[in-house]
Design a protein around this ligand. Structure first.
Ligand code: ZN
Length: 134
């Protein structure tokens, strides 16, 4: 891991402890690096009405937007307590597409530091983006 990845990883591990996951038991943390260098974090927040559940990645991005960060995400770190790092779900990929680019870097890791790296354009090609609405 480089310095930025380590910063994102540590931030995601810290927020992962706050996950509200009484139904799935899966504790997820995410940290996003925005274009101004600011990092925002989120954990999954589940709901007894399952459809109300929100993933860690979306919480982090929504926090970034609501707190005034530039709406451009450069890197996303997602950590889970599973052995095999969990990638962002399809719903989160669509939200990343709103604020990212094909070059946004996606890192998935577990608590033991095992990490996989993807370029967003490779895991979500031909995304529907705001450009389609111009
Ligand atoms: Zn998700």
């Amino acid at each position: 891991m480089n310095d930025i990845q380590k910063k994102l990883y540590d931030a995601a591990c810290e927020v992962q402890k706050r996950a509200h996951a009484p139904y799935s038991g899966a504790h997820i943390g995410a940290a996003v690096l925005m274009s101004n260098g600011a990092i925002y974090t989120g954990c999954n927040v589940e709901n007894a009405s399952y459809g109300g559940t929100v993933c860690a990645e979306r919480v982090a991005l929504w926090k970034a937007v609501s707190e005034g960060a530039p709406k451009q995400v450069k890197e996303v770190m997602v950590i889970s307590d599973a052995d095999k790092p969990w990638p962002p779900c399809g719903f989160c990929r669509q939200v990343i597409a709103e604020f990212g680019s094909e070059d946004t870097m996606i890192y998935t890791a577990n608590l033991q530091g095992k990490m996989k790296t993807f370029k967003f354009g490779d895991i979500f090609p031909e995304a529907f983006t705001p450009k389609h609405l111009d």
